[in-house]
Design a protein around this ligand. Structure first.
Ligand code: F6R
Length: 259
């Protein structure tokens, strides 16, 4: 695990955006795994900026989003389909046929989950997976005690996730309580992982992910098993790390170009 701590939130966000843009420049047909949520919004904003300034094209990039709420149609204002269109897809040249997000409003969500897992494999797997982290340590919607060998399936949201995500809905009762989510094993099969966490609210989960025991109670700790994971943090999100000084010595201010 590369632990990269940046002086400012902006610098952490920019570094993640640069990482994804670098993957695309290296391979214009790259398969990206994408996440939703407040943390990654500014990453998408920077990707849009790069597109608008003519630096990059996303026309050949294939994407697989991690998750979707069960019961919400693609055009529901709070669906992750709408989120992705609003923040990234409708503002760039991603091709609709290259974009994949689980469909939450299908009659058989379990069959959809199985199909989605197979689709990821059929396209050769994810090259680089972008992740955020929940305050309870979830990645995707893999809530605490999710099996570390889980694949795409239906997951019931933890009460704290429903409460955290209620900020995007009019009322907490409107937040769906189940989701289709890529599993922990699905995520671990990605060739590279880039996780972004910002703000003090994430500091506890970040410490458990990086330094805690490998345990289903903190699903993100499964990333300790992944050989090419980079964790991008601002100072606040890194504030509970015991080996903070060590990470800073290895990668001062998130730099990866120092020996
Ligand atoms: C959603 C997802 C989630 C979020 C997490 C953090 O696609 O992957 O795991 O990354 O809930 O959400 P924010 O960034 O809103 O705190």
């Amino acid at each position: 695990m590369k632990v990269l701590i940046f002086d400012t939130t902006d610098a952490a966000v920019q570094a993640v955006a640069d990482r994804l843009l670098g993957e695309i420049r290296m391979n214009p047909g790259v398969v990206l795994g994408l996440a939703t949520g407040g943390t990654v919004e500014p990453v998408y904003e920077r990707m849009v900026n790069s597109f608008e300034s003519g630096e990059i094209s996303f026309a050949g990039v294939r994407t697989f989003n991690l998750d979707e709420y069960v019961g919400l149609s693609g055009d529901h204002p709070m669906s992750y389909h709408t989120y992705m269109n609003r923040h990234l897809f409708s503002r760039t040249d991603f091709a609709a046929y290259n974009v994949n997000i689980p469909r939450g409003d299908v009659p058989d969500p379990t069959a959809e989950a199985g199909w989605y897992e197979a689709e990821i494999s059929r396209h050769g797997g994810v090259d680089c997976q972008l992740l955020g982290i929940g305050e309870n340590g979830h990645i995707g919607f893999n809530e605490p005690t999710s099996s570390l060998s889980s694949v795409t399936r239906i997951k019931t949201l933890a009460p704290e996730t429903v409460s955290a995500n209620s900020r995007f809905f009019d009322r907490v009762e409107d937040v769906p309580t189940t989701s289709i989510t890529a599993g922990i094993a699905t995520i671990l099969r990605s060739r590279k992982v880039a996780l972004l966490a910002t703000g003090e609210k994430k500091s506890h989960a970040v410490a458990k992910m990086i330094e805690g025991p490998l345990s289903a109670i903190c699903p993100a700790s499964a990333l300790q098993l992944h050989p090419l994971t980079e964790i991008y943090l601002d100072v606040a999100a890194a504030s509970e790390l015991t080996l903070h000084d060590y990470y800073q010595a290895v990668h001062p201010n998130g730099r990866t170009d120092v020996p």
